[in-house]
Write a protein that binds this ligand. Structure first.
Ligand code: ATP
Length: 334
């Protein structure tokens, strides 16, 4: 049966990497139907709105969106369109795999870990303000709820179990931020009792950062609060060759959105040299999510082989190819 997904081609290099990704998914025979919608600058230019209702309705109906990077113009009423989408659909789990690829300039060869970041609470509520008229003082609020902690923790443990991973590391700062991240840690300890088959450890965030840099192979699934997850997931992307290879999924009960982690890369937009891998790897996450794991595995293998051989890869990976040539090389391997 054909499955319909919402596709947002985005801004900057977005359309280039999205076209490449759809070419590869079609070649894979994933049998997906695309409902093209707009958001960001492209939407503003065509319909005068950054996040049109029709786009939100399409995601509500299809429950799955594949999204290229978006530009959030200053003064357009949004701090970040990505955050607005996550909020609107209550996409509480941000899932960021970091996997080493041979043939890249990554620092480590055997990293294979996933960061699960709580996406809706913590320090990212946007409820901050300057509290002195002269701007010399500012405050912001952090929130954690048992429900918010529990759902993302259960998500991480279920993910570990489903993908046959052995360990979940709960990252926190409960020694100092005793209330907000202390609650996260307490709930983690409760939830862990339902997952005897998975090793659980907890680690203070500063130590986790050091351990990740010294010995990333010791990690498997990391689960943490919003702010720490934001930082740690980019740190992990740095361990395996940068944002050009970093996909992300945002998962909720009602919808899921899959995206490249990098931005719109205006400096190379329109030049035909953007690396499509981050969005392709996000598409692999999406295929896994819709129970098409064999297709996801084939896609990852083709990407892996193409990068390892350096066949027609883009300049950011040290090659002299283009988005098109790289895409063709991946398609041939499928
Ligand atoms: P934005 O304002 O949308 O965040 P940015 O340029 O500030 O854009 P990124 O888009 O993440 O941030 O780009 C950072 C650097 O990485 C840029 O030099 C960009 O060209 C490069 N880059 C990002 N994504 C890719 C990609 N897919 N392929 C090649 N280079 C990329």
């Amino acid at each position: 049966m054909t499955r319909k997904i919402t596709v947002i081609r985005g801004d900057g290099i977005g359309p280039e990497i999205m076209d490449a990704t759809l070419t590869v998914i079609d070649r894979l025979g994933a049998g997906l139907e695309y409902d093209f919608q707009e958001a960001g600058l492209a939407a503003q230019q065509s319909v005068g709105e950054l996040l049109p209702e029709t786009t939100l309705e399409s995601i509500t109906e299809n429950r799955i969106a594949l999204k290229a990077p978006l530009t959030t113009p200053v003064g357009g009423g949004f701090k970040s369109l990505n955050v607005a989408l996550r909020k609107h659909f209550d996409l509480y789990a941000n899932v960021r795999p970091a996997i080493s690829f041979k043939g890249t300039r990554s620092r480590y060869e055997d990293v294979d870990l996933i960061t699960v970041r709580e996406n809706t609470e913590g320090a990212y509520l946007g409820e901050g303000a300057y509290t002195a008229p002269d701007g010399s003082r500012a405050e912001s609020k952090m929130i954690a709820t048992r429900k918010g902690c529990e759902r993302v923790l259960r998500f991480a443990f279920e993910l570990a179990r489903r993908s046959q991973r052995r360990k979940v590391t709960v990252v926190h700062k409960a020694n100092i931020l005793k209330d907000v991240t202390g609650l996260f840690l307490n709930v983690a300890r409760d939830v862990a009792t339902d997952y005897d088959d998975i090793e659980t450890e907890d680690m203070i965030v500063d130590n986790a950062c050091m351990q990740l840099v010294l010995n990333p192979e010791r990690f498997d699934v990391i689960v943490t609060t919003n702010l720490f997850g934001d930082i740690i997931s980019d740190l992990c992307a740095g361990l395996v060759g940068g944002l050009g290879l970093a996909p992300g999924a945002n998962i909720g009960e009602r919808a899921a959105m899959f995206e490249a982690v990098h931005g719109t890369a205006p400096d190379i937009a329109g030049k035909g040299v953007a690396n499509p891998c981050a969005l392709l790897l996000a598409a692999a996450q999406m295929l896994e999510y819709i129970d098409a794991k064999p297709l996801a595995d084939r896609l990852r293998l083709a990407i892996r082989d193409t990068i390892a051989s350096g066949d027609r890869t883009t300049p950011d990976l040290g090659g002299s190819g283009t988005t098109d040539s790289f895409t063709r090389a991946i398609c041939e391997r499928l």
